[in-house]
Design a protein around this ligand. Structure first.
Ligand SMILES: [Zn+2]
Ligand SMILES: [Zn+2]
Length: 99
């Protein structure tokens, strides 16, 4: 399951400078290593916890953020940046600073 990593440049918004990504990586604490699995829902072994809202979801409903490594459900995910909501907020702040 490393395919999504290769998606990052393609999924990234139009003309974000790669340097922003480097800056963000230095700033955002990595909560989980890339490839580290999400936390299992202790109540149901078929589901996993979203690291942002702490609700259980099937594994297919979670994606790992490329920046902080947290697993995010659909409502905690930003397709626009291909990161979790929280990192997407930081990306926005950084992009604004650059303009
Ligand atoms: Zn969530
Ligand atoms: Zn994140």
């Amino acid at each position: 399951m490393t395919l999504w990593k290769k998606n990052w440049p393609a999924k990234a918004p139009k003309s974000k400078e790669p340097s922003i990504l480097g800056e963000l990586k230095a700033e955002i604490p990595v909560m989980k290593k890339q490839g580290e699995p999400p936390v299992k829902d202790p109540g149901s072994f078929a589901q996993y916890m979203c690291d942002l809202c702490n609700t259980p979801h099937p594994i297919s409903g979670l994606r790992q953020c490329v920046l902080c490594g947290r697993w995010a459900c659909d409502s905690c995910w930003k397709d626009e940046y291909y990161t979790c909501k929280s990192c997407a907020g930081l990306i926005k702040i950084h992009s604004l600073k650059k303009e």
